[in-house]
Design a protein around this ligand. Structure first.
Ligand SMILES: [Zn+2]
Ligand SMILES: [Zn+2]
Length: 494
């Protein structure tokens, strides 16, 4: 071996084997020193050469730890993130890619870099833009078009999520019907769960392989609302949503945005890291996705917004996907009487299965508030939840209250609609109206708790799923939702 031949670092010694191109290299020792082991800590890794040569040619192949003991355990290595002069006393790890190429990298726990250098490396191996199939709304009132689109590369604060499942929520339909401000072209879907595939350079606390539910409010953690614990009202998130979403997809040069920072009607999507709520791997993702919107909105309206106490009485107007979750939220809180109101007998049957003690078919009842009073000793209910988004129904809910009762408006009326209420009842009967957005949730606190209740079989998620469909059937799911046939259709990705 000539004096200039690079050598390979090997468990505290320098081997005589010629080093492959994909490992860090060090200057070769002189022939006089090759007979005795050379401490690695006395060597300097030439960082620019080393980093370049460490690039794996097998792009898109996941790095995996070797099953054998990593080489060089306990030896001192140099921190590539800080530079060749900085030394990190830690375990040196070897990674093997799917094609057999081998490289070394400093420990992920690099104190100088402050982030996981292994994750940073992974953001570089994918090829962008990536082709994915998605359901695009090109024009209001038109069916979604399921086709191949391009997903752009993640920004430093973004995460690529491979979707496992997405619920089809009524708000998706509302966007298609121009009732919510997400202008086309847009990839709909905001009730998703999946697996983190890649993370941007500035992302901490998430790594490829993490199971996540996606939150459609991405709270900043710094504004006045977030500091007060009202993350669902985050100033930055609401402003970003109202200003129009950043584009994440593209088709033939046309930028396509993602609904509510999520866009879960696509095989893969890009989200801000703050959208990801990490969940345990044992929770099935096709159930977990429902917590991303409908379950959090419904249960949270009872537990967070209204804070129903045991024994209190509750009326629920509208027993669709969210209304059923209001009912099971009331059950969780120990509500006494739970009165479900709907026009569709099938939904009232679901309501009974989810815990309603009484049901009222509004089609067959001339005076619903009067019927509710007659079920509550003539007083009215403590809380009336409106889960439809119709001003007239908000009025009916108000009339169903006892003195001091509260209407909780969960359904979203049209932006141009107004509500008429008997004004004197507000001070003289101390009746009030509360709004509830996203179940007044603190997403990272509440969503894992809901899934814990599901795992304990105290929260119904399986029963919410009426149909499991493919992405191509999304327009049929919209039609089924409009006709009241389903509580939830869930798109399951292969
Ligand atoms: Zn929703
Ligand atoms: Zn905020």
């Amino acid at each position: 071996m000539s004096a200039g031949t690079p050598r390979r670092i090997n468990a505290g010694t320098v081997s005589n084997e010629p080093a492959p191109a994909s490992v860090f290299t060090i200057p070769a020792a002189s022939p006089a020193t090759t007979n005795k082991p050379t401490p690695v800590r006395s060597r300097v890794i030439r960082r620019p050469t080393a980093r370049k040569s460490a690039t794996c040619k097998a792009a898109l192949v996941k790095w995996q730890r070797p099953t054998t003991q990593p080489r060089g355990v306990g030896q001192s290595v140099f921190c590539a993130a800080r530079g060749s002069g900085a030394r990190e006393r830690s375990r040196r790890q070897a990674f093997v890619c799917g094609r057999g190429a081998r490289r070394t990298w400093p420990s992920p726990a690099c104190l100088f870099a402050g982030t996981d250098v292994r994750e940073k490396a992974q953001t570089k191996i994918a090829r962008w833009p990536m082709s994915v199939r998605g359901a695009v709304l090109y024009n209001f009132f038109e069916p979604l078009k399921v086709e191949s689109v391009k997903l752009r590369a993640p920004r430093p604060d973004e995460v690529v999520v491979k979707m496992a499942a997405s619920g089809v929520c009524h708000s998706d339909l509302s966007v298609q019907q121009a009732k919510l401000p997400f202008p086309p072209p847009v990839i709909l879907g905001h009730e998703g769960a999946g697996i983190v595939e890649e993370v941007g350079k500035e992302v901490t606390g998430l790594k490829p392989g993490d199971h996540v539910v996606l939150a459609w409010v991405q709270s900043c953690g710094r504004c006045a609302y977030c500091i007060e614990g009202e993350e669902h009202l985050c100033d930055a998130a609401i402003k970003a949503m109202m200003a129009g979403e950043e584009t994440a997809f593209e088709k033939d040069g046309m930028a396509i945005s993602r609904m509510a920072g999520v866009g879960s009607f696509a095989e893969r999507t890009l989200v801000r890291a703050s959208a990801c709520v990490k969940i345990p791997e044992e929770v099935p993702l096709d159930k977990a996705c429902l917590v991303g919107c409908g379950v959090m909105t419904g249960v949270g309206a009872v537990t967070n917004t209204a804070k129903v106490r045991p024994g209190q009485t509750v009326a629920v107007f509208g027993c669709g996907g969210v209304g059923l979750n209001v009912i099971q939220g009331a059950v969780l809180c120990g509500a006494g009487r739970i009165i479900a109101v709907d026009l569709v007998e099938k939904k009232l049957q679901w309501a009974r299965e989810f815990g309603a003690t009484d049901t009222i078919n509004a089609k067959q009842t001339t005076d619903v508030p009067d019927a509710i009073r007659s079920l509550t000793d003539g007083r009215g209910v403590d809380f009336a939840f409106e889960v439809i988004g119709m001003p007239e129904v908000i009025g009916q809910a108000f009339l169903s209250l006892r003195r001091g009762g509260k209407v909780v408006v969960v359904g979203v009326p049209g932006f141009d609609q107004t509500v008429q209420l008997p004004a004197s009842a507000i001070p003289l009967e101390e009746k009030s109206v509360l709004g509830s957005l996203y179940g007044s949730a603190r997403m990272r606190r509440d969503m894992p708790k809901l899934l814990e209740l599901y795992m304990q079989k105290r929260l119904k998620l399986d029963e919410l799923i009426s149909r499991r469909i493919s992405l191509d059937q999304v327009n049929e799911a919209f039609a089924a939702m409009e006709s009241g046939e389903v509580a939830r259709s869930v798109i399951v990705y292969s």
